[in-house]
Write a protein that binds this ligand. Structure first.
Ligand code: DC
Length: 215
């Protein structure tokens, strides 16, 4: 039987985690799971139901009737592909907000654990190495200067035709870092046994090479 193992890639928004994790997974021939996309899908649903500010008990009820899946690179919410919708700028703040809720984290963390126990995966997020898979075989903490991250996010959004201001994107990145790093439940932090990579002055290929060499 083949060994099942997990590769955790954590770090703040815009550090290049998903592009890099996807490429590492492709090179290793294993699955890639974007856990941020799952929080974004939940945010999408809560916005649609006008429940982002609702009581946790009501949100729990909505979640019990919600299916979130990440397969073949697509984010599926209640059977519908929402991969495009979840990338909108307003969803980022909503995802960060709802990811602080216990009911949301409990549901998504257990789904992520089930996914990574069935097959080998590269999983990216905020708490993979510190919470979802504390025994992951390889752990990386990918970071970059906030201005560099904002520029990458700005380029990504404008390339998709979204109208955004650079200063606003930078503000959003800083406020999301603040929120993700200081929430009570599973905040973003480097696992003690994770390898830290600052990608501010590195190309995507250089980071992928570095990670693959480590593995
Ligand atoms: O990686 P991303 O920007 O798509 O993530 C969106 C939000 O989801 C992020 O602000 C924090 C939250 N998140 C989380 O709390 N835990 C994870 N494992 C992944 C994302």
């Amino acid at each position: 039987m083949q060994e099942i193992f997990q590769i955790a890639i954590d770090g703040p928004g815009g550090a290049g985690k998903s592009t890099i994790a996807k490429e590492v997974a492709a090179r290793l021939g294993i699955d890639y799971i974007d856990t941020g996309a799952m929080y974004r899908a939940v945010a999408c649903k809560l916005i649609r139901m006008d429940a982002l500010d609702a009581e946790e008990s009501y949100i729990e009820k909505i979640l019990s009737d919600t299916k979130v899946d990440f397969s073949s690179g697509k984010t599926i919410l209640d059977g519908i592909d929402v991969s495009e919708d979840i990338r909108k700028a307003e969803i980022s703040a909503a995802a960060s907000k709802c990811s602080a809720l216990r009911v949301v984290r409990e549901k998504l963390v257990s789904l992520q654990q089930a996914m990574g126990q069935r097959k080998s995966v590269v999983m990216d997020g905020r708490d993979i190495g510190t919470n979802v898979f504390t025994n992951a075989k390889y752990k990386f903490y990918l970071t970059a200067d906030p201005k560099v991250r904002a520029k990458r996010r700005y380029d990504e959004l404008t390339a998709k035709g979204q109208q955004v201001e650079f200063e606003q994107v930078l503000k959003d990145i800083i406020s999301r870092d603040e929120h993700d790093m200081n929430r009570k439940l599973n905040p973003l932090k480097k696992a003690a046994d994770a390898i830290e990579i600052d990608s501010s002055n590195m190309s995507i290929e250089a980071v992928v090479e570095f990670i693959c060499k480590e593995i």
